[in-house]
Each structure stands twice: as structure tokens, then as C-alpha cells.
Design a protein around this ligand. Structure first.
Ligand code: ZN
Length: 377
């Protein structure tokens, strides 16, 4: 069959057939090209263009510091050959929460660019000022995660937040924001998201975290700003500030691989993902506070443990060893999702964060199995 040049059509199954002038149509595979690949555009980000099927590091300008030294934030862009979701993963928005750097490094090892569908953008260090200073805050002493969506002519942190929203977040379909507990707080691996925001529940369930805390958004947080743009965003929390925690890193990596797989951006084998396919959802959580001041001695391995009402969580001793000791008692049943790690407490300090579940039976076994899986990965 002889056909004209430029005569092409798109079939129902999204393949485009390319004909050559005066050439007998051959039905061999090389004449059938994937329409999605052919039409795939370069990805544009902050004035940079990334070709389909390539990875590029771009240097995103952060506001200058007071010495006029330029600060740039490296952003990795993996632009797949085939169309698919656009997902960003951001780490160290709090400059002392550093597990995210290792989580993203390990995720990079799993990205096969030629097989990627969609576009993956990773930012291992968003708050570069805070990472340099080893502190949660930005160099203007503000919390970057309370500065979103930012302002073009606002404070230093608001300007960075504005740039991240304009050039990265607003171009994506999904976001993952990686955190740890704040300084002196140990978090068990968990997701935080607000189920009342469309898309968040479905997206969070792709991660297969042991626990999802369905929690309201904080004003000025990245997740609030993303949800205002209709972009589902989950916050992963695991470990503590300024420390490396292997199990929490593994849980973060595995969760991201799960999400990439279920979004059909990449295929992973079942051994690379969690066997647990559902997360436990807690609708409420409460902090338990120290009833007295003194030296605190928590019971062993309390984080991620199921505690019943009346269980002793910690003892508080008089540092001068004169007055009698007191106890911190669990006022309700739930899973300890965070522990304050300080040695000395004052009365009223929030010490244990407990997630409350509607149905508690099976929760302990579920979390134990989850931990075992991560240990033997
Ligand atoms: Zn944080």
C-alpha cells in the first residue's frame, strides 16, 4: 500500500502510524511508534528544559544570604519518555531533619529513567540555610514550613517558599514532603495528611505506611499550600532531628517505591515493596504531659508500642533523690507515635504522642510485622 508523507493517524490504542512517501506500508514494529513518546514535550522548570528520557540537575536560586553569597538548591528532574504523573519529593524543609537526604539518595538508585512514566522531581535539601546551620529554621529565623505559599516580595523564607511553589509545586500532580520528629523527638514511621482534602486519602494509601494520621493542616505549611492548588500531598515522618535512623529511612524508601509503583510511574517487584498493603488510620492523637518535674526514665522501647489505659510510660525522679518518684500513666489506649527524648523534664512538658484508633485489636501485631519486614529488608 502506497501512502502520502505526513499522512498519519492516531489509533484508538494511542499508537501513531508513520507513513513514508511511496513506501509500501510495513507493519513491522519500527514503523509503529508510541504516540505518547512522539508527542512528549520537554519539561520546563525554572527556565530549564529537560528532554524526555533524560535526567538533569538544575540549580534553583534561593535568596542570597547577607554576605551576598549566592545560594542554589540542587533539584533533580527525571523526565520520563512516556507520559504519566508529575511527582515531587522534598526533603529537609526543616534544616535539621536529615533522614530525607538518605531516603532520596536511595530512591534515586531505583530510578530507571528509560522506564519512567511521568516526571519525578526530587529536592534532597530545600532549607539549605537550615542544613548549613544544623537547625530547623531558615536563616531569617522563620520556619520555612510555616511560610507557604510565600510571597514574591516577602521575608527571606517567604521568597523561597514562593519560588518553590511557582516553579515546582504548581507544576506537579502529587507531592511527598519528608520530615523527622523535631529536635529531641523520636517519631515512628508515619504519614500525615488531611483526608478532608480531595485526593489525599487515596494518595496516602499508595505509600503503605504503617500508620496514617489523618490530621488537620497547619497554616503556612507546604501541605496546606499544595492542597489549596488541588495537589495531593503527604508528609512522611520518621526518626529524629540531626540523627540517622535506618528503619525510618527504609520505611520512607519503601513507601516512596510503593507510591511510584501504584502511580504506574515505575514497576517494582513485590520484594522491593511492603507486603502490608493497608495502613492503619488514626483519626485523633493526643500528647501525654509530665505530671511533675525531674529526671525522666521512660520504659524501654516505648515508641511504636501499643499502650493500654493505666500503663506506666515513664518514671520521673527527683534529681536530688529526696522526694518520692512519680509516674507518667497512659490516660487512654493507643500507639505511641512520638517520644520526647530529653533527660530532664518540667511538669507540663509534652512527652508521649499517642495515636488513637477506633479498633485497636490487631494493631500491635500489624506494627510488629511491619517492623520485622523492615528489619529483614
Ligand atoms: Zn519537620
Amino acid at each position: 500500500m502506497t501512502v502520502q508523507i505526513n499522512n498519519s493517524f492516531i489509533s484508538k490504542n494511542n499508537f501513531i502510524y508513520v507513513y513514508n512517501r511511496n513506501v509500501t506500508l510495513d507493519t513491522s514494529v519500527d514503523l509503529i511508534m508510541d504516540y505518547q513518546t512522539m508527542s512528549r514535550k520537554k519539561f520546563e522548570i525554572a527556565g530549564n528544559q529537560i528532554e524526555p528520557g533524560t535526567k538533569k540537575i538544575i540549580y534553583f536560586p534561593a535568596p542570597n544570604i547577607n554576605t551576598q553569597i549566592k545560594i542554589e538548591i540542587p533539584v533533580h528532574v527525571f523526565h520520563g519518555n512516556q507520559s504519566g504523573p508529575k511527582l515531587f519529593i522534598v526533603g529537609a524543609i526543616h534544616g535539621d531533619e536529615l533522614n530525607s537526604i538518605e531516603i532520596i539518595r536511595r530512591v534515586h538508585e531505583h530510578i530507571k529513567i528509560k522506564k519512567l512514566r511521568g516526571t519525578l522531581i526530587t529536592i534532597p535539601v530545600a532549607n539549605i540555610h537550615g542544613v548549613i546551620m544544623q537547625t530547623r529554621y531558615f536563616s531569617d529565623r522563620r520556619d520555612l514550613n510555616r511560610s507557604f505559599p510565600g510571597l514574591k516580595n516577602g521575608s527571606l523564607s517567604a521568597r523561597l517558599a514562593y519560588g518553590l511553589m511557582k516553579h515546582i509545586v504548581s507544576h506537579c500532580d502529587y507531592g511527598i514532603d519528608l520530615h523527622t520528629g523535631s529536635y529531641g523527638h523520636m517519631n515512628m514511621p508515619q504519614l500525615r495528611t488531611d483526608f478532608s482534602v480531595p485526593g489525599n486519602k487515596k494518595f496516602a494509601n499508595l505509600f503503605h505506611a504503617p500508620i496514617i494520621l489523618d490530621s488537620k493542616q497547619r497554616d503556612g505549611s507546604l501541605r496546606q499550600a499544595a492542597s489549596q492548588l488541588g495537589i495531593p500531598l503527604i508528609v512522611y515522618e520518621g526518626g529524629e532531628a540531626l540523627r540517622v535512623n535506618e528503619l525510618c529511612i527504609r520505611a520512607g524508601v519503601t513507601g516512596i517505591l510503593n507510591a511510584l509503583h501504584h502511580l504506574k510511574m515505575l514497576n517494582f517487584s513485590s520484594s522491593q515493596m511492603n507486603k502490608k498493603s493497608k495502613s492503619l488510620v488514626a483519626k485523633t492523637s493526643r500528647w501525654v504531659r509530665a505530671p511533675a518535674s525531674g529526671f525522666i526514665n521512660p520504659v524501654e522501647n516505648i515508641v511504636s508500642r501499643l499502650v493500654k489505659k493505666g500503663d506506666i510510660l515513664a518514671y520521673i525522679h527527683d534529681p536530688f533523690l529526696i522526694n518520692p518518684s512519680s509516674e507518667i500513666i497512659a490516660p487512654f489506649e493507643g500507639i505511641v507515635i512520638c517520644q520526647a527524648l530529653k533527660a530532664m523534664v518540667t511538669e507540663g512538658d509534652a512527652i508521649f504522642h499517642i495515636a488513637i484508633f477506633k479498633k485497636i485489636s490487631g494493631v500491635k501485631e500489624y506494627i510488629d510485622e511491619f517492623r520485622e519486614e523492615l528489619i529483614h529488608q
